[in-house]
Design a protein around this ligand. Structure first.
Ligand code: SF4
Length: 329
């Protein structure tokens, strides 16, 4: 039976979010799954999950909002630089702002009570609801039986008795429901939020510290060795062909630097008003990764938009000098 009310779903592409959407659909609700994308959380897993579950997912970029959250999360960070409570709160708030556009009445998500240490404890879920500003419109189909009634329950848009009581870290009930729905190959290795990764968090912390946490600096986040040339200048150095292939299409007007006439890494300079001394130091870093040079000087070439029309003669740094500048190896 088709229900009168419609919901937006926060959809991650993980099994719980698929089940929450499918469960509500089976009850007759029209559901719009939404994935909030950012450089920290690409849509790969959401697209996979949507394919597996036969759903159309809307992908919405929330990079500017997440940057603001990262600058000052009210509830702090998780194990790494993941501000999960504030981030969840912000995502629910964004979903609330989109209700009118999708002519939806309430918001659902796939939390399971007590499943994850930080974001799914009752006090965290309460904090998320409070931050979101749409607490009264949230329904968690997989565990709503444990939660206080919100407007959709009170008004009878949803029947609490029809909702579930999943809790704890065990996954047997989720797996049983997945089987009942015929879901296969729903686990996708990786593809989660990069802010829960130690190395990526170190890169983001460096950008935060230097007031460079902007979409422009984040487009190179996933690959490359990072060397902090100065407060103003970050150098990204490729380690493999794969990394060069990743960086190259993302380069717009950034200065690119490499050794002239010798095979070696590609460097991308990220900074404002870059001085000649900074470029020289970047050139020295680039040469340091070319083993056969040892300590001898060599030419580097650099320029914007891959027009490497400028040349400099520099010498490689010592290992110790290089280590002091390197953020991640
Ligand atoms: S894991 Fe990442 S995307 Fe998910 S709530 Fe935490 S910070 Fe936000």
């Amino acid at each position: 039976m088709k229900r009168k009310h419609k919901a937006i779903a926060l959809f991650s592409g993980g099994l719980d979010s698929m089940l929450a959407v499918l469960y509500m659909q089976k009850l007759g609700y029209e559901i719009v799954p939404i994935f909030f994308e950012s450089p920290f959380y690409p849509a790969t897993k959401a697209k996979h999950g949507a394919r597996v579950a036969g759903l159309n997912v809307e992908i919405i970029d929330i990079t500017p909002d997440l940057i603001e959250v990262l600058k000052n999360p009210r509830y702090g960070f998780g194990k790494h630089l993941n501000p999960c409570i504030d981030c969840h709160g912000m995502m629910f708030r964004k979903a609330g702002e989109m209700l009118e556009k999708y002519q939806a009445d309430f918001i659902i998500s796939g939390e399971v009570m007590g499943q994850r240490p930080m974001s799914q404890r009752p006090d965290s879920m309460n904090a998320v609801a409070k931050l979101s500003g749409v607490r009264e419109l949230l329904v968690r189909p997989l565990c709503q039986k444990y939660l206080p009634d919100t407007k959709p329950v009170i008004e009878g848009w949803v029947n609490k008795e029809e909702l579930l009581d999943f809790h704890g870290r065990g996954r047997s009930r989720q797996l049983a429901l997945a089987e009942e729905y015929g879901l296969k190959d729903f686990e996708m290795p990786g593809g989660g939020c990069l802010l829960t990764d130690k190395q990526v968090s170190e890169k983001v912390a460096d950008l935060l510290k230097h007031d460079q946490l902007t979409p422009r600096y984040l487009k190179f986040l996933q690959e490359g060795r990072r060397v902090r040339i100065s407060e103003n200048l970050l150098l990204i150095v490729t380690r493999t062909k794969y990394e060069s292939d990743y960086l190259t299409p993302r380069i717009e007007d950034e200065i690119v630097i490499k050794a002239a006439n010798i095979a070696g890494p590609l460097g991308v300079l990220l900074g404002e008003d870059i001085s000649l001394d900074e470029i020289k130091l970047a050139g020295r870093v680039i040469l340091s990764y070319i083993n056969k040079l040892k300590n001898s000087t060599a030419q580097v070439e650099y320029g914007q938009k891959f027009k490497l029309v400028n040349k400099l003669e520099v010498s490689p740094l010592s290992r110790q000098e290089l280590d002091e500048l390197t953020i991640n190896k």
